[in-house]
Design a protein around this ligand. Structure first.
Ligand SMILES: [Zn+2]
Ligand SMILES: [Zn+2]
Length: 105
């Protein structure tokens, strides 16, 4: 089926679905499509609110400070803690443990 685009519609730059021209958020993929209201995340390039201080896609903070606790060399966190805080998979956790020189139990 060929999609007909009227003058009051545009296609979403992310998923190419047809959305209203004045839409600021795509109803199909839930991503921002208005340059007035959204900006690209400098880290993952996803569309986020212009006044956002935190990217909901890559979890980067945009005000220069990290909202996430940094793994301290002195503090030994558990695998469960690390996985919850950083949303890591096992391979990434292994790398962190390797980096801070801690032997995983
Ligand atoms: Zn979309
Ligand atoms: Zn991001």
């Amino acid at each position: 089926m060929v999609k007909q685009m009227s003058e009051s519609q545009k296609s979403c730059p992310h998923c190419a679905e047809i959305v209203a021209d004045e839409a600021i958020l795509c109803r199909f993929c839930d991503r921002g499509i208005s340059k007035e209201h959204y900006k690209n995340c400098p880290f993952c390039a996803e569309m986020i609110w212009t006044d956002a201080v935190f990217c909901r896609y890559c979890r980067s903070t945009l005000n220069g400070k990290s909202a996430w606790p940094q793994p301290s060399r002195k503090r030994l966190f558990t695998l469960d803690e690390a996985a919850t805080l950083f949303k890591l998979d096992d391979a990434a956790i292994d790398k962190i443990f390797e980096k801070i020189g801690v032997k995983k139990k």
